[in-house]
Design a protein around this ligand. Structure first.
Ligand SMILES: Cc1cc2nc3c(=O)[nH]c(=O)nc-3n(C[C@H](O)[C@H](O)[C@H](O)COP(=O)(O)OP(=O)(O)OC[C@H]3O[C@@H](n4cnc5c(N)ncnc54)[C@H](O)[C@@H]3O)c2cc1C
Length: 449
C-alpha cells in the first residue's frame, strides 16, 4: 500500500501518524526540527508543549476531561503518553513536558509502519493521501501553499479573541435580552447591566489585572493589531480613561433594562454565538489577561458571577484556515479527496483539541488509503463535535474553539439536578458512542499505548 504522508510531528501530526499505523497503513512523517524551529519551539523531540504543561481538567464533568477519556478509549498516543508522564496537578492532567515529548518520539520512531524524515516541507504534495499538521505558527512557503489552496486570502494570522461563555451559566435574574434600540431579534443579545458602584469596582479590577506573558513575536504582531480600535484589548482601552469603556464596548445607550425602564450606567453585551443559544460571546472584550484573571475580573460583571467559559480570550499569532465549507467533519478538504488538515490550524484551540483532530484525520486518511470512506464521528461526542464545528462554524466570525459541552448535540430530554447532572448525561451518551466507534474502527486492535 502507498504510504500516507503526514507533515509536522506536533500534537496533531504524531496522533494522526499513530492512528493511521494502527489501521495498518504505512506513514511517512516529515518534521522540520531540528533543522528549523518555529519561534515558540525549542526542544528537538516531537509533540512539544510550547507553553503550559497542563492538558487541563481530568474530570468527566468537564468537556476537555471527557474529550481526553474519549481519546484514551480510542487508543490515543498523546493521551496514553500523557498518562504515563503525568505530574501531580490536582484535578488537571499535567505532564513532565520533556518526558512526554521523549516518550512520544520513541513510540513513533520504534513503530515499524512509520518512517520519519527530517525535512521542512515547502509544498503540499499534489497526489496521494496527505495530512498537513504544521501548526499555528506555520510560515514561509508552506503558509503560502496553504493560502493558495484556499484561494489566496483564507488564513488568519493573529487572534484577538473575546471570551465565550455557556448560555445557561448566565444569571437571567440579572442579565436581560435586548438588541440596541430594539433593532434585530432581542434574543440575539443578552445584556449585563452595571450600577455606578459595580462599574467602579470592575474598572479598578481591570486596571490592575495580571496579563499573560507575551512572546517577542506576538508583541510585534500585537503592536500592529492594536492600531485597529476594533482589536484593542479591553484592558488597554480601560487604561485610556475612566469613561472609555462606557463610550465603547460597555455603552448602555439604547439598551434600557426592561425591569426598570432605564438605561443602566454601563452594559456588557453578550452576543449569541450559535443557533441553539448554548454559547455567548462577550462583545468587544478581546483580552490578554491570564485565564485565572479573566475568571476573576469578568466574574464581577453582573450576571456572570458563575459563568462557565467555553473559551477564554487570547491574543497570539495563530495561522488558521477559515474551515467551514472547506473542510469536512473528518478534516478532509472538500476540494480534494485525500487531502486532510489537522491541529490548531483547522480552527480547534488547545493541545488536546489539536491532538483530537489529528486522531480523526489520521483514522480518516488511513481509511482513504485503504480505499474506504472516512467514518463519521458523531457530534454527540466531544471529539466529533469539534470536527463538526470546524466544518460548519457558527453564526459569528469563525474562530478557533476549545472543547465545550455547548458544541455537542443537545440532549433530547431535560435533566434534573443542575449542570453537573446534565454533563454526566453528556458523558454517558458520548462514551457509549465511543465504545461502538472503537469496536467498528479498530476491532481487536491493540488499544493500550
Ligand atoms: C505561543 C503559543 C502558546 C500556546 N500555548 C498553549 C497552552 O498553553 N495550552 C494549550 O492547550 N494550547 C496552547 N497553544 C495552542 C495549541 O494547542 C498549540 O499550538 C499546539 O501545539 C497545536 O498543535 P499542532 O499539532 O496543531 O501544532 P504544533 O504542536 O505546533 O506542531 C506543528 C509541528 O509541525 C512542524 N512544522 C511546521 N512547519 C513545517 C514544515 N513546513 N515542514 C515540516 N514540519 C513543519 C513544527 O516544527 C511542529 O513540530 C499555544 C499556541 C501558541 C502559538
Amino acid at each position: 500500500m502507498k504510504p500516507i504522508r503526514v507533515i509536522g510531528a506536533g500534537l496533531a501530526g504524531c496522533e494522526a501518524a499513530w492512528q493511521a499505523a494502527r489501521l495498518g497503513v504505512p506513514v511517512i512523517l516529515c518534521e522540520m526540527k531540528p533543522t528549523r524551529y518555529s519561534p515558540a519551539h525549542k526542544y528537538p523531540g516531537f509533540a512539544e508543549l510550547v507553553c503550559s504543561n497542563s492538558l487541563r481538567s481530568a474530570q468527566l464533568s468537564n468537556a476537555v476531561g471527557l474529550l481526553k477519556e474519549e481519546m484514551r478509549r480510542l487508543g490515543s498516543l498523546v493521551i496514553g503518553c500523557a498518562d504515563q508522564t503525568q505530574v501531580p496537578a490536582g484535578a488537571a492532567l499535567a505532564v513532565d513536558r520533556e518526558r512526554f515529548s521523549d516518550l512520544i518520539t520513541e513510540r513513533i520512531k520504534e513503530n515499524p509502519l512509520i518512517t520519519v524524515i527530517s525535512e521542512e516541507v515547502e509544498e503540499i504534495p499534489s497526489d496521494g493521501v496527505t495530512v498537513v499538521a504544521t501548526g499555528p505558527l506555520t510560515d514561509g512557503k508552506m503558509a503560502g501553499a496553504i493560502s493558495d489552496l484556499f484561494g489566496g486570502d483564507e488564513l488568519s494570522f493573529f487572534d484577538a479573541v473575546a471570551p465565550i461563555v455557556e448560555g445557561d451559566s448566565v444569571d437571567l435574574s440579572v442579565a436581560y435580552f435586548a438588541s440596541r434600540y430594539g433593532k434585530g431579534e432581542p434574543t440575539d443579545y443578552l445584556n449585563c447591566p452595571f450600577t455606578r458602584e459595580e462599574y467602579d469596582a470592575f474598572y479598578e479590577a481591570l486596571l490592575h489585572a495580571e496579563l499573560a506573558p507575551l512572546h517577542d513575536f506576538d508583541a510585534e504582531a500585537q503592536k500592529e493589531l492594536t492600531v485597529f480600535e476594533g482589536c484593542m484589548p479591553v484592558e488597554v482601552m480601560a487604561k485610556r480613561g475612566y469613561d472609555t469603556l462606557r463610550y465603547g464596548p460597555m455603552k448602555p445607550i439604547g439598551l434600557p433594562d426592561p425591569r426598570t425602564g432605564r438605561e443602566p450606567y454601563a452594559v456588557v453585551q453578550l452576543r449569541r454565538e450559535n443557533a441553539a443559544g448554548t454559547m455567548y460571546n462577550l462583545v468587544g472584550f478581546q483580552t490578554h489577561l491570564t485565564y485565572g484573571e479573566q475568571k476573576r475580573v469578568f466574574g464581577m460583571i453582573p450576571g456572570l458571577r458563575d459563568a462557565s467559559y467555553v473559551r477564554f480570550g487570547v491574543m497570539h499569532r495563530n495561522t488558521y484556515i477559515h474551515s467551514p465549507g472547506r473542510l469536512s467533519p473528518q478534516y478532509e478538504t472538500t476540494s480534494r479527496t485525500g487531502l486532510f488538515f489537522a491541529g490548531q490550524m483547522t480552527g480547534v484551540e488547545g493541545y488536546v483539541e489539536s491532538a483530537s483532530s489529528g486522531l480523526i484525520a489520521g483514522v480518516s486518511a488511513a481509511l482513504r488509503a485503504r480505499g474506504e470512506k472516512p467514518t463519521g464521528f458523531p457530534a454527540s461526542t466531544v471529539i466529533g463535535s469539534l470536527g463538526h464545528y470546524v466544518a460548519e462554524g457558527t453564526i459569528g466570525k469563525f474562530q478557533p474553539m476549545n472543547a465545550s459541552f455547548g458544541l455537542l448535540t443537545p440532549l433530547a430530554y431535560k435533566v434534573k439536578g443542575g449542570k453537573r447532572k446534565r454533563n454526566d448525561e453528556y458523558a454517558n451518551r458520548s462514551l457509549e458512542m465511543i465504545g461502538e466507534l472503537n469496536a467498528r474502527l479498530f476491532g481487536d486492535a491493540e488499544k493500550e499505548v
